[in-house]
Design a protein around this ligand. Structure first.
Ligand code: ASP
Length: 460
């Protein structure tokens, strides 16, 4: 059994939002018998104003913690599953779904964080049960497997769990099960038996853990786009699709806003050397994007451009900073005292900037931090700048190409974008530009034209 080729296939919420969508999922699963494990999300949005089941579950959980009586969203959730079941020709599901939800909410309110975790996880759990039933009704041997039963143990970190090393070992035995396994994404169990979820959109993580555990030949991640695009399609229309990129390139891009594939989901696949293939449920014939360990760098220096808003920088200058032992440590200690994590620290001889995500602290904390840096480190100047966007220009090919930075900064200058900060990571897989949020979209367009549409730039 050990060398039988098996694939793990994950479907996102938008691929499971209606009966018709689930039928497509069935067709994809049935088309290739090596598709052994199907990981499912909770039903997502059917149209832009629709609500995701997970969001409704969170509302229900909070309502149950704060108020008496039936949470108003509960019946809406029941209705979502019932409708999907009806569209699939299954028996009425209302009673079963309502029963399971009420059962879950009947206990555990004295530990609110854990209570919310188990309520949230119902979205995936109910969906996996329903889909297993549907697959069976279509004559395929399929069974729902609970993450606890499979030994998917995770750390005790509500909303942010990580798989424990033994989980990978336990999951390997799933290879021996007969038929297709329908596995709910997004959650596992602590050693104490509590349900714990991964961070949001975490079904990608479940798929990757399973792929590693069963030593899959491929991890297929089905979503609602044909490929990972080289730039956000909301900024540039019809951007180039990426056929192949490395784990490191994907990590850099998803850090700055590429949400097609969860960045934490890269690690388990990467560690086991498993290729991830991002594909479209509505167009399964399209090749999609492959995330691999190594690739040919035939596309030029840059593979993608990502950007994200909501950063601020703390600029600190002090004459002779370079000679002062422990300056960096003391400044970071102050941030640690405020429970802040930082993103980057570009530095000069007498100055240093610390880039942080702005949402972590308010104005009062900012003033206290600036005052402490001034007093305790006797800094000459401390300036906090807000509303920065970070733009990541990513590509393994940069290492072998001369002049990428020059091209990027020239393109930004031509678009009249003022660069607030430049940082090139030691890995040379990416270059980062800090710009004002107002300039973000112009900057991204200019960089895209420079690296992906040089002909257009030349004509202008
Ligand atoms: N349903 C969960 C969420 O909305 C997890 C997932 O879809 O991957 O975050």
């Amino acid at each position: 059994m050990g060398d039988v080729k098996m694939k793990v296939v994950k479907f996102g919420g938008s691929s499971l939002a209606s009966g018709r969508a689930v039928e497509k999922v069935f067709e994809i699963a049935a088309a290739d018998e090596s598709r052994k494990i199907i990981v499912v999300s909770a039903p997502g949005k059917r149209f832009p104003e629709d609500e995701k089941v997970t969001d409704m579950l969170i509302d229900c959980g909070i309502y149950a913690l704060e108020k008496e009586g039936m949470p108003p969203k509960l019946e809406k959730i029941v209705e979502r599953y019932s409708r999907i079941a009806a569209e699939l020709g299954l028996d009425n599901k209302a009673e079963e779904v309502r029963g399971r939800l009420l059962d879950t909410m009947a206990s555990g309110k004295e530990r609110p964080e854990y209570f919310l975790e188990k309520v949230k996880a119902c979205g995936e759990d109910l969906n996996a049960r329903l889909i297993a039933e549907y697959f069976s009704s279509r004559g395929i041997e399929a069974s729902y497997v609970n993450p606890g039963e499979a030994g998917l143990y995770v750390t005790d970190e509500p909303g942010n769990a990580r798989a424990l090393p033994e989980a990978y070992i336990n999951l390997k035995s799933l290879r021996e099960r007969k038929g297709i396994i329908i596995f709910p994404g997004f959650f596992g169990y602590s050693k104490q038996g509590d349900v714990l979820t991964f961070s949001r959109s975490g079904s990608d993580i479940t798929g990757s853990i399973l792929a590693n555990g069963i030593e899959a030949e491929l991890y297929e991640n089905f979503t609602d786009v044909d490929a990972v695009y080289s730039v956000n399609p909301h900024t540039v229309s019809s951007p180039k699709e990426i056929r192949e990129l490395t784990y490191r390139e994907m990590r850099e891009l998803s850090y700055a806003g590429f949400s097609v594939f969860h960045d934490e989901a890269l690690i388990p696949a990467y560690k086991a050397g498993i290729t991830v293939n991002v594909k479209n449920t509505n167009n399964p014939e399209a090749p999609g994007t492959r995330i691999v360990g190594e690739r040919d760098n035939t596309n030029g220096p840059v593979i993608g451009i990502a950007s994200d808003k909501g950063f601020c920088s703390i600029y600190v200058s002090k004459y002779l900073m370079n000679r002062e032992i422990g300056f960096g440590r003391r400044i970071l200690q102050i941030l640690e005292d405020f429970g802040l994590s930082y993103e980057h620290t570009p530095s000069g001889i007498d100055d240093l900037s610390i880039i942080l995500r702005q949402h972590q602290f308010d104005h009062a904390a900012e003033e206290q931090i600036a005052a402490r840096i001034k007093e305790e480190l006797e800094a000459d100047e401390v300036v906090i700048e807000h509303d920065l966007a970070l733009i990541m220009v990513v590509g393994e090919g940069m290492r072998h190409n001369v002049g990428t930075m020059a091209r990027a900064s020239k393109a930004l200058a031509a678009a009249k974008v003022n660069i607030e900060m430049i940082n090139q990571g030691s890995s040379e897989v990416s270059m980062m530009f800090g710009v004002k949020e107002n300039d973000e979209s112009r900057a991204v367009k200019a960089l895209y034209e420079e690296f992906f549409e040089p002909a257009r730039t030349a004509v202008r």
